[in-house]
Design a protein. Structure first.
Ligand SMILES: Nc1ncnc2c1ncn2[C@@H]1O[C@H](COP(=O)(O)OP(=O)(O)OP(=O)(O)O)[C@@H](O)[C@H]1O
Ligand SMILES: [Mg+2]
Lengths: 618, 279
């Protein structure tokens, strides 16, 4: 017994010991791991090249003359694997060794292999013609890979670039926390400036700051290289000075209790609302269009979030409610729809739309919710398609116009004050904003209500929920109906905005995109869902709507897929995880953290809460 | 027995004047073609602590499900407080004081302890009473109060048991149905668990527990039934059941069989493992 006790004692390293862990020798590597990571990266590079992304995206400049988006997608992977390779082995919560030259050498090797993928591809491109299976196998691609020189230059230069970037990626591990933050901030600042270019230029013009925009951006797109350097410098300095003050503020906010917390939240909400109300005034048509699209998807995602995130019903046919909302509004308000003659004002129609969509939610939900898990998902998928096919059918074409859909839908009149239509996206945005606010409020209240609690219980364990006396059928139906109504708002606005509805606007893809937004943002979390919509729809674009990176539109689904996989691996709780999800997925790490900080004794609740929020921030 | 509740003499061999709190009258229940309960008769009286014994798949959980309304009997009657409740949903019965602690505890693992307790009181709208009952649960289980904001899935087995019972108590039950409360607990905890059940019972609650650990269950129960492939084969007082030769022969003995691995060899094996680890 004494023996085992002493073993346990020596197995627990103390913190000072951990800090003095020796750096690993630079060349002692797990070469098989490097080969594996490198090979995956090399294949990834070839895939990216052959997906034609580099050629298509070469048009869009990120930093004026030196870097285009096309090259950026090729440079990204070597850095990523170089950094990833240096991932520390952590044993019992303590890194095994100190980062050192070892990380740089490892990153170098991984990057070399990744770059090697492109070298091989360049050689193959020059000597074989595989256009038959690989449609993007083109001399243009070779030219791009070779920077306009010959094939062998391409082969060598990509090895060099890959190795260099990989080493740089590994070297990031050597930086202390402050410099690492600075580097990351600098990179993000330049990337952000490049991505947000059209938005910033538009806003700057609206505010009469053209000079600033001209200085930052080159005439035909891209950040000027000297401005990029300046921006990076300023942001780096700010990051060093800021020294995680932002993070501190967030932590402090998370710790606030009671009225103080309510007040802080109210202030944050007021600020956000003010920004959202004021900014569109300065923005032009395109920006407002973008904002309106994002808003429509926020509305849809909030609705689906109630169904999937709160009640745990995986609905793959959510587009049905969007479609029903749109078509209802169209039929009721458009003069071109033959069946209902007195054309209703939009607001009156909206009431009818809500009622009808709610009923459709009940109608679809009733058979669906008796199933569980996989079956439920597949059946909802079917219903999504059935609804679309009904709108498309000849049988109902007298009502819905078949494939031609319904056109000439009038603008949405609001109490005779204004007319909201697609020609003035700013008004559309404000209208969407009102409904988004409503949806946020409703979701927020529901989450904390008795019904919300019942949803969570059903999500966790339906049988036990039933044993607690919860009427699971009614509760799940309610989730369906609430989700349907929120989706129908989006549909009704969409109809007035676009002015026409076709069955082709309601493909299954829309359901999937909304679901991706919810998962990406963080299921069950209102802020997360909004952020997810802003990032995915705003930057990459919706199923048909262009985003900020217009060039990406044909690769959108590819990137959605890649993001989703990365998300599942790296941040399974979503972009902004709800506190609950974090608790559930990182319990293990939190326990480790608590142990490291010597706070294992859980008598001290406050301390524990702090360490768990610290874990949540990571 | 404390005088605060009726003595178990009101049972089947008693005067029969009192009406049972919960009763099954020749109930049959099916899962599709599976005939899970065959002509089952049970009566639970106010203030009793009774148990239902039986081997695996004998229909014990099914009995509880039928009492709670999660399974509809194909024939026969479930009677709650003199009212036939065959067609009443689970919620109706829970609201009238029938509550279950499910098999394996089945907490809502990803919800906090507090949320679990709140859900126990889901059907109640008297928030002050609920708060008072929550305090009572804390008195009964001080550990639960310490863990209020922890996710219930991360509690230890014993703690989960406390929360499961606490969650059931939050419904203000008149009769508590417990499905194998000692399942999955360490031997030391099993003893403690039965003491706890006794304690809850003495506080005035009617308890109907389903058990496989017959010796233990009968040592605290007043009466019991033995179920075999869906049929009640024995219905007697606890003492008689304990003495019953059939019961002894069938499976009561298993709980007391000695550990098949002998003491010294086990510790030797453990020592060997430890030495390996140290290396
Ligand atoms: N949902 C179901 N569908 C079909 N058959 C079921 C279902 N639930 C239980 N059964 C069957 O009914 C019979 C009784 O099951 P029950 O769960 O009541 O047994 P039990 O006595 O509780 O057993 P254990 O001690 O193992 O928990 C078993 O044969 C079982 O297979
Ligand atoms: Mg059972």
């Amino acid at each position: 017994m004494t023996g085992s006790a002493s073993v346990a004692g020596s197995a627990v390293p103390t913190r000072p010991e951990a800090l003095s862990a020796p750096p690993r020798p630079a060349f002692s590597h797990d070469w098989r791991r490097i080969a594996r990571i490198g090979a995956i990266a090399a294949l990834g590079q070839m895939f990216i090249a052959l997906s034609n992304m580099p050629v298509r995206l070469d048009e869009r400049l990120v930093v004026k003359p030196v870097l285009s988006l096309g090259y950026l997608v090729l440079l990204f992977l070597p850095v990523a694997v170089g950094y990833r390779h240096g991932h520390q082995t952590v044993r019992e919560g303590v890194p095994v060794s100190r980062p050192g030259l070892h990380e740089v050498v490892g990153g170098f090797s991984c990057g070399l292999l990744a770059g090697g993928g492109l070298s091989v591809l360049a050689v193959l491109l020059a000597h074989f013609d595989l256009r038959e299976p690989l449609v993007n196998w083109s001399p243009i691609l070779l030219d791009l890979l070779a920077f306009g020189n010959n094939t062998w230059f391409a082969a060598v230069i990509w090895l060099v670039i890959g190795a260099g970037l990989g080493a740089a990626g590994g070297a990031v591990r050597l930086l202390g926390p402050v410099s690492r933050r600075a580097v990351v901030t600098m990179a993000l600042a330049v990337a952000g400036a490049a991505v947000l270019e059209s938005l910033v230029v538009d806003l700057a013009e609206g505010m009469g700051l053209e000079a600033l925009a001209d200085r930052l951006y080159a005439r035909r797109g891209g950040v000027n290289w000297n401005s990029a350097l300046g921006l990076a410098g300023v942001c780096g300095v700010l990051a060093v000075i800021g020294r995680g003050r932002l993070r501190h503020a967030r932590l402090r906010h998370a710790e606030l209790q009671g009225t103080k917390r309510t007040r802080a939240n109210a202030a944050l909400i007021a600020l956000t609302a003010a920004a959202l109300i004021v900014l569109p005034l300065f923005a032009g048509k395109l920006t407002n269009e973008l904002l309106a699209n994002v808003g429509l998807f926020v509305l849809l995602a909030l609705g689906l979030n109630v169904v999937v995130g709160l009640a745990g019903i995986l609905d793959l046919g959510y587009v049905a409610f969007f479609a029903v909302g749109s078509y209802c509004a169209a039929v009721l308000t458009a003069a071109t729809s033959p069946r209902i003659t007195p054309e209703m004002p939009w607001l009156v129609a909206l009431v009818v739309v809500v009622v009808i969509t709610g009923l459709v939610g009940l109608f679809i939900g009733a058979p669906v919710i008796r199933m569980r898990g996989d079956y439920l998902a597949i059946v909802t998928l079917g219903f999504g398609e059935i609804i679309r096919l009904l709108f498309l059918s000849d049988w109902l074409s007298g009502w819905f116009g078949g494939a031609q859909g319904i056109t000439k839908i009038p603008a949405a009149g609001i109490f005779g004050l204004t007319e909201v239509s697609g020609t003035d996206p700013r008004r559309v945005f404000y209208l969407v904003l009102v409904f988004c606010a409503l949806a946020v409020y409703v979701s927020w209240r529901l989450e904390r209500s008795r019904l919300g609690r019942a949803w969570m219980a059903v999500r966790e364990d339906e049988t036990v929920a039933e044993a607690m006396g919860i009427n699971t059928v009614n509760v799940k139906l309610m989730a369906f109906v609430v989700g349907a109504v929120l989706g129908s708002f989006s549909g009704a606005i969409f109809a007035a905005k676009v002015g026409s509805v076709f069955p082709a606007s309601f493909l299954i893809l829309v359901s999937i995109v909304i679901l991706v937004v919810v998962i990406f943002g963080g299921m069950g979390n209102i802020v997360g869902v909004i952020a997810g919509a802003a990032v995915l729809i705003g930057v990459l674009g919706g199923p048909k709507q262009p985003g900020l990176l217009v060039e990406f539109s044909e690769f959108k689904l590819l990137i959605y897929g890649a993001l989703l996989i990365w998300m599942m691996l790296a941040r399974p709780a979503g972009l902004i995880p709800s506190v609950r999800r974090t608790r559930e997925l990182h319990q293990h790490e939190m326990a480790q953290d608590a142990w490291l900080q010597g706070q294992v004794d859980d008598e001290d609740e406050g301390k524990e809460a702090r360490s768990s929020t610290a874990a949540a921030r990571r | 027995m404390s005088p605060s509740h009726p003595a178990p003499t009101t049972g089947p061999d008693g005067d029969g004047a009192a009406c049972p709190l919960l009763e099954m009258r020749s109930v049959n229940a099916h899962y599709g073609a599976v005939h899970a309960l065959i002509d089952v008769n049970l009566a639970i009286y106010e203030g009793e602590l009774v148990c239902l014994l039986g081997g695996n798949a004998s229909g014990k959980s099914t009995t509880l499900k039928t009492l709670l309304g999660m399974l509809k009997p194909t024939s026969g009657e479930v009677v709650l407080d003199g009212e036939v409740v065959n067609d009443k949903p689970t919620g109706y019965r829970v609201a009238r004081g029938v509550t279950m602690v499910p098999e394996n505890r089945r907490l809502f693992k990803r919800l906090t302890v507090r949320e679990n307790l709140d859900l126990g009181a889901y059907l109640r709208s008297d928030s002050q009473q609920v708060a008072a009952d929550m305090e009572r649960v804390f008195e009964l289980f001080p550990r639960v109060k310490e863990r209020l904001n922890q996710k219930s899935g991360t509690l230890s087995g014993g703690e989960q048991q406390m929360v499961a019972i606490g969650r059931a108590l939050m419904a203000r039950p008149r009769v508590l149905l417990m499905d194998e409360p000692s399942m999955g607990l360490a031997p030391a905890l099993v003893q403690q668990n039965f003491e706890l059940i006794q304690q809850i019972h003495q506080a005035g609650l009617t308890v109907f527990m389903v058990e496989q650990n017959a010796n233990m269950a009968l040592s605290i129960a007043d009466r019991g039934w033995v179920l075999q492939t869906g049929r009640v084969v024995l219905d007697d007082t606890a003492e008689n059941l304990l003495a019953h030769p059939d019961l002894q022969a069938s499976y009561l003995g298993t709980a007391e069989q000695p550990n098949p691995i002998e003491g010294p060899s086990l510790s030797e094996a453990l020592d060997a493992i430890r030495r390996e680890e140290r290396y």
